[in-house]
Design a protein around this ligand. Structure first.
Ligand code: NDP
Length: 497
């Protein structure tokens, strides 16, 4: 398939970057160069922030929620019309199996529609009264868009993660400068093309592609944005939060994870193995919320591991554009090297390799890794502590519920956790005890745009999605009126307040 040649999208126009530079797009499935994206820099970011500021002060923030919703619905319609080519582009660029890319594109359309609904509801909830203890006063709340915002997204769900930010920001009345990851920017440029097609007013959505240090850093340190919403690694998130704090700019951080799946001895082994594989190997193992630590009750460990080995070895690794592929390549040669480094270190540290651990023999090109499972992994091992961002599962056994909770929580991260057990009360107890922003019971990874998403500890702060996602792009203003006919008598104040 052809990769569209696009420029930066600033102020409603396609413009070449000031440097005139471009970055090669490499297919992770083959290592071939399949296209290029513009290499934006500080000057382009500055121009985009200026355009977003002009558009914010111009029509966009003044529109009603219903007017903004109409644009979001048009964008959703175009995404649906283009589902097949967007999914193919995503799979080509990022390496995820085409079946998963199709889900993502459906979710992109669904997310724009969901925030269109919330934008409309915003009109109805505007100027809502606040009950006060004094009848001489009346307070109403106005919810107002923050301003132009900077959105910096990751490559594992390129269009979807961008949408998690863009849709609520636009619904709230903010204008946007989006900086996608240079590893996978193609569908974010197509989002700009769709915005152009539906005649979104110029400057409302600006897309500046480029390297993190060249385009991301100037955006995160720009004094003209009201907020930076970031999805990416913990290390980069810390740098961005620091740069934004210097300008008093607020941030939302969706960072890395090392989530734990706990399987109790009353679990159905077949079902639990299926969730364990899906929870870690989906999206080629490159999921922030991947349940990449697996705790199995010692009573069922032998049977569980036998089935897990069998199941992992049947996962189809192939060209991601084939309909029945379940595991594609990881994003880049550097990521492949990093993953192989983890595998080597884990072997050296003495964990047992249950299955995988190498590149598949039938695929000579591209950045493929077999689904890999290590058992007898100790908490002090690197694989247990650090995020791999690849199809590598670390497992250990446990004996009691208390022990499982302590091990699961013994991580610097706090994005998600999962528990599988037939005992509903136990599941509730474990869910309450997890130091994470998300807990799954008897499953792993389902994600709906209606439910808030985000983590604790080194996994970040703030929430995306749901009504929380919209609220995060709004500020609340109290408007208080004196409504009594009586003249205000300030003395004695104490008796009135
Ligand atoms: P990075 O942190 O490397 O990059 C994320 C984004 O930040 C990219 O757009 C990147 O640009 C940009 N960037 C890099 N350096 C800077 C900088 N100095 N200033 C501003 N922007 C910068 O993460 P990855 O792209 O490698 O994504 C993987 C990570 O993201 C994993 O740790 C994963 O857990 C996390 N993640 C978290 C999610 C969540 O919801 N919590 C969801 C998905 C991923 P470029 O790529 O062009 O360098």
């Amino acid at each position: 398939m052809g990769v569209p040649h696009r420029e930066l999208y600033i102020d409603g126009a396609w413009v070449a970057p000031a440097s005139n530079g471009r970055i090669d797009v490499i297919s992770p499935a083959t290592g071939d160069v399949v296209g290029s994206i513009p290499r934006g820099g500080a000057a382009d970011v500055n121009q985009a922030v200026q355009a977003a500021t002009k558009a914010f002060c111009g029509p966009w923030s003044k529109y009603s929620g219903h007017q903004r919703a109409a644009y979001l619905r048009k964008i959703a319609e175009k995404v649906k019309e283009r589902k097949n080519d967007l999914a193919q582009l995503e799979s080509l660029d990022n390496g995820k199996p085409i079946s998963e890319a199709e889900w993502d594109i459906d979710d992109v359309a669904g997310c724009f529609e969901y925030y269109a609904d919330l934008a409309e509801k915003l009109d109805e909830s505007q100027d809502s009264p606040v009950p006060l203890p004094m009848e001489e006063f009346k307070t109403v709340l106005r919810r107002e868009p923050l301003g132009p915002v900077g959105l910096i997204s990751a490559w594992n769900y390129p269009m979807l993660i961008a949408t998690w930010k863009v849709a609520p920001a636009l619904a709230a009345g903010c204008t946007v400068v989006l900086k996608p990851s240079e590893m996978a920017s193609l569908t974010c440029l197509e989002m700009a093309a769709i915005a152009d097609e539906v005649q979104l007013p110029p400057g409302v959505l600006n897309v500046v592609t480029g390297l993190g240090v060249e385009a991301g850093a100037p955006l995160s340190g720009h004094p003209g944005v009201a907020k930076i919403s970031f999805t990416g690694s913990t290390a980069t998130g810390q740098r961005i939060a620091e740069a934004a704090a210097k300008n008093g700019v607020q941030t939302c951080m969706e960072l890395g994870g090392k989530s734990c799946l706990i399987v109790f001895n009353d679990a159905n082994i077949e079902d639990a193995v299926e969730w364990a594989c899906f929870g870690c190997f989906w999206t080629n193992g490159q999921i922030c919320s991947a349940t990449s630590r697996l705790l199995v009750h010692e009573d069922i460990a032998d049977a569980f591991y036998a089935r897990l080995k069998q199941r992992a070895e049947t996962i189809k690794i192939a060209d991601p554009l084939q309909a029945d592929t379940r595991l594609g390549p990881v994003i880049s040669s550097a990521q492949l090297e990093k993953i192989m480094g983890f595998i080597k270190d884990t072997k050296d540290e003495g964990a047992t390799l249950l299955t995988g651990g190498k590149r598949p023999e039938h695929l000579s090109r591209g950045y493929f890794v077999e689904p890999t499972v290590f058992i007898n992994v100790k908490p002090e091992m690197r694989l247990w502590r650090e995020e791999v961002f690849g199809p590598v599962l670390a497992s250990a056994t446990f004996c009691t519920e208390e022990e499982a909770i302590a091990i699961a929580n013994g991580s610097q991260y706090g994005l998600a956790a999962a528990v599988i057990s037939a005992d509903a009360e136990r599941c509730k107890r474990v869910a309450a005890a997890m130091e994470t922003g998300i807990v799954w019971i008897n499953c792993s990874q389902p994600c709906f745009c209606q439910a808030p998403w985000g983590g604790k500890k080194a996994s970040g702060y703030g929430r995306e999605l749901g009504t929380y996602g919209l609220d995060s792009y709004l500020s609340v203003k109290q408007v208080t009126s004196y409504v009594s006919k009586e003249r205000w008598d300030w003395y004695p104040v104490e008796s009135k307040l």
